[in-house]
Design a protein around this ligand. Structure first.
Ligand SMILES: C[S@@+](CC[C@H](N)C(=O)[O-])C[C@H]1O[C@@H](n2cnc3c(N)ncnc32)[C@H](O)[C@@H]1O
Length: 453
């Protein structure tokens, strides 16, 4: 039976979906209601009926659950980045645990034990990186903020709680400077204007800050004045960079970066690995939580002194380098040239002499290494959200490592890839969820797989 649009129905929220909505049932049909908590009793207004399930919004909250808290951000609804800001953290962490359990059971068809989630050491201000889109408000003022869910409308907010206040202050400072000096924000529809994004990084341990302006051009008017003003106001800024992106694209950064001030990068450490961070390389956004996660990966790897470790999708080499002392040889593969260069520099800075890094597609490199006779004892896989492709998994299987450690920011693709490996002789022994992204729907996990014979 369809439920008509605008019908008001009584609901009790039972659980949370992996996109952050509350889930309830009405006449046997699932109903998804954003901004609700398990245990909320409410009247909901149907906004869309999809046949087997419906979407609704809160019409009237009759009895909020004890898990439901007042969101401490005035723009969390239109912004949409923090879909769990209305939940206490314990409930959020429990929900993320269940996302991983569900993914393994339903998508993977696996009964892999899922360990209790590692909560993030920090619930707020944990991000070491932020990318603010820049635009104009209705009065023509330059603004930076976040895109409202599924749109490119910028929701400005002076103090987003996901990153250190200092980064928010720098973005506001750049907007004021742009306005005072007539520097135009980029306008996507017309492909005109200059500044597209303000991209900032702050080293968790070092405190150093990188300011990168992503521009639709190669020059910034008043660049030296901006550098002088920024570094006077924020002396912890170590580098200021222009990143050139002249494409009509949703991809934030372009390939070319031009240094305006400082060396063009900042330095920090992750699990004791020294890292150089420019604007292009992948780097985990929550350093203390990533250190926990990589600690688990190291434990799951169970490396022995004579072992070879193959680190696929290695980024700037942090996972492999954090284990380099446990094995005889480390080989890293990564597709972004800047990250590979950083990995080599990081290894040199650590005095690691048993590591090699290649810039290549993980699947192609793994197949080539397998053909050349490489037989790593342990393989670490840390792919992007879409997971591994079959070519990569097949090449890994062909090399027959004793163990595979999979690190993933997407439990659904991790469960799919573990199923593929399980069907070909690798048993997923256990999965460890870790919350690297409090207040958002994202959840990381690390999985230990062993060869069965
Ligand atoms: C989730 S990140 C992991 C990076 C690194 N292991 C770390 O912890 O910092 C995924 C990495 O895979 C890289 N990547 C994406 N597609 C790739 C491919 N086809 N082959 C090799 N690397 C790839 C990305 O550039 C990114 O650095």
């Amino acid at each position: 039976m369809p439920i008509h649009k605008n019908s008001i129905i009584p609901l009790t929220i039972e659980s949370l979906s992996s996109d952050g909505s509350g889930v309830a049932h009405y006449e046997g049909k699932a109903v998804f209601v954003p901004a609700t908590a398990p245990g909320d009793v409410l009247n909901a207004r149907i906004v869309k009926d999809m046949g087997r399930y419906s979407f609704a919004i809160v019409e009237e909250m009759l009895q909020p659950s004890p898990a439901h808290i007042e969101p401490d951000c005035p723009v969390c609804k239109p912004c949409g980045g923090c879909c769990f800001r209305h939940l206490n953290y314990e409930t959020e962490a429990r929900a993320k645990q269940s996302f991983v359990e569900d993914a393994f059971r339903r998508i993977g068809g696996l009964d892999t034990p899922v360990l209790p989630i590692l909560p993030s050491p920090l619930e707020e201000r944990y991000r070491n990186k932020v990318q603010f889109p820049v635009g104009l408000d209705a009065e023509g003022h330059v603004i930076a903020g976040f895109y409202a869910g599924r749109t490119h409308r910028i929701v400005p907010y002076a103090d987003c709680k996901l990153q250190p206040s200092e980064l928010n202050q720098i973005a506001a400072f750049v907007c004021e400077f742009m306005e005072a000096h007539g520097i135009a924000p980029y306008q996507e529809e017309k492909h005109t204007g200059l500044v597209r994004h303000i991209f900032l990084r702050k080293g968790w341990h070092s405190g150093e800050i990188l300011v990168c302006l992503v521009v639709n051009g190669r020059k910034l008017p008043h660049a030296q004045e901006l550098c002088a003003a920024l570094t006077e106001q924020f002396p912890v800024i170590r580098s200021i960079v222009l990143n050139v992106n002249r494409q009509k694209t949703n991809v934030i950064t372009g390939l070319e970066s031009i240094s305006l001030y400082g060396p063009g990068y900042i330095e920090d450490t992750l699990c004791g690995v020294p890292v150089r961070l420019g604007p292009l390389s992948f780097y985990q956004v929550n350093t203390p939580a990533a250190e926990q996660l990589y600690g688990v990966a190291r434990q799951f790897a169970q490396l022995e002194p004579g072992d070879t470790l193959l680190d696929l999708y290695c980024g700037m080499g942090t996972i492999g380098l954090s284990m380099a002392a446990d094995c005889k040889e480390l080989i890293g593969v990564e597709i972004i040239p800047e990250a590979v260069e950083s990995a080599k520099l990081n290894a040199a800075a650590m005095g690691v002499e048993n590591a090699r890094f290649f810039c290549a597609d993980a699947g192609k490199a793994a197949a080539k290494l397998a053909d050349e006779g490489l037989r790593p004892d342990v393989v670490c896989l840390d792919p992007p959200r879409k997971g591994c492709d079959e070519a990569t998994l097949n090449a890994v299987i062909a090399m027959g490592p004793r163990r595979i450690v999979m690190v993933s920011c997407n439990p659904a693709t991790a469960a799919r890839d573990c199923r593929y490996l399980a069907d070909r002789g690798y048993r997923p022994l256990r999965a460890q969820p870790a919350d690297l992204f409090p207040r958002t729907k994202h959840c990381e996990c690390v999985i230990e797989l062993v060869r069965e014979n």
